[in-house]
Design a protein around this ligand. Structure first.
Ligand SMILES: [Zn+2]
Ligand SMILES: [Zn+2]
Length: 375
């Protein structure tokens, strides 16, 4: 069921770097990344993962991947807004959320995206966003079912097998990666892909985190930047998803996004070649978001904006392969899936000219389009 063909998008790029997709080359520049942590075993697992994936029956046909071309001009910025439920965008509207409104007006989006099916929790959903896998390890998922900071754990250990990610795929193809997060439990991703992640930055102060991410966007040439904004979730747990404090946190996120767009506008390479993908790990209601069957927990936005994205479009109008779920919660067996937050990994790889994460179960066909097919 995994399609081997990787569609070529309409944008022709001048600068293409041909990289053997399964090569076990680790650029020397990456060896100084961050504290090694408990990664002697993790590193060994990673080193083995690319080789293992060649024999992995769930991996994409190696023949289609042995000459992948990383689009060396394109930049992908993934923004996840922790606890951003769709309804708040309607409630606050364009006056109070001018930047989120602008991203939707200038991009392709939906407010009827979905989380992964099994859980509406932060770490499981973020792991799905990075790996393109569902959660249940017995059914090909990543196995990260916990939502706390558990030192020493890795995604590979949870899955019981090698697990690639957006970071490891981009890095293996010669690109650079960075993760900016507001929660310490995201160290799971640094431990799981120590070579794939060129920069890992944790700041609980959202304004400070955004400032550091903007500086990195200005100064570095990351292929993928992943920015996790925790403020709405923190306010939701403390005061409720219906509270003024939650609304204030979403307004603050809107302001930070405006600052990020200023940075994008200030640098020609970003202005011309950056694609922004924004979604949420889950929504929330009351003081939490633990019930994956509750609409306020599973209904989230998915917004794409920038290079290669049609203006002012509904993602479901662009994508007949996907189906707007209305208020429903389709399972993985549904013939046409809703757009899910876990589409992020394989969408980003597609934007970069790379095939899907081996072993991924969501968005693996890379059929999610952000612009109409070429005439
Ligand atoms: Zn969360
Ligand atoms: Zn939470």
């Amino acid at each position: 069921m995994l399609r081997a063909t990787h569609r070529t998008r309409s944008r022709a790029r001048a600068a293409l770097l041909t990289v053997p997709a399964l090569a076990l080359v680790v650029p020397a520049a990456c060896t100084a990344t961050g504290p090694p942590g408990p990664s002697a075993s993790a590193t060994a697992a990673i080193a083995g993962s690319a080789a293992a994936s060649a024999a992995d029956p769930t991996a994409t046909d190696p023949a289609s991947r042995d000459a992948e071309q990383l689009d060396t001009e394109r930049r992908v910025l993934v923004v996840t807004v922790d606890g951003l439920r769709s309804s708040v965008l309607r409630e606050l509207g364009p006056e109070e959320l001018p930047v989120l409104t602008r991203l939707r007006e200038e991009g392709a989006s939906t407010l009827e995206a979905r989380t992964v099916v099994e859980q509406t929790e932060t770490l499981p959903n973020h792991t799905s966003m990075l790996t393109g896998r569902r959660i249940d390890a017995g059914l090909g998922g990543h196995g990260v079912t916990w939502n706390t900071d558990e030192p020493g754990t890795t995604v590979q250990e949870a899955a019981g097998e090698p697990v690639g990610s957006l970071f490891s795929r981009v890095h293996a193809a010669g690109g650079g990666t960075a993760l900016f997060t507001g929660k310490s439990k995201f160290s799971l991703f640094q431990r799981s892909w120590p070579e794939g992640l060129d920069r890992y930055t944790l700041r609980e102060d959202g304004a400070r985190l955004v400032a550091l991410a903007r500086r990195d966007l200005r100064r570095e040439a990351r292929t993928v930047t992943f920015l996790h904004l925790a403020a709405p979730d923190v306010a939701g747990h403390a005061h409720g998803w219906g509270s003024q404090e939650y609304a204030d946190a979403v307004r603050a996120v809107d302001g930070w996004l405006g600052e990020v767009l200023d940075t994008v506008a200030s640098r020609p390479v970003l202005r011309e070649h950056l694609t922004l993908v924004l979604t949420a790990d889950h929504g929330g209601s009351g003081l939490g978001h633990t019930d994956p069957r509750r609409p306020e927990d599973y209904r989230i936005p998915f917004v794409a904006w920038g290079d290669g994205v049609a203006t002012g479009t509904d993602l479901y109008e662009l994508n007949e392969d996907y189906r707007d779920p209305g208020r429903r919660r389709p399972g993985y067996a549904a013939e046409r899936q809703p757009v899910r937050n876990a589409d992020v990994a394989n969408l980003a790889l597609d934007l970069l000219g790379l095939g899907p994460v081996p072993g991924s179960t969501i968005g693996t066909a890379q059929e999610l389009d952000l612009e109409p097919p070429p005439a």
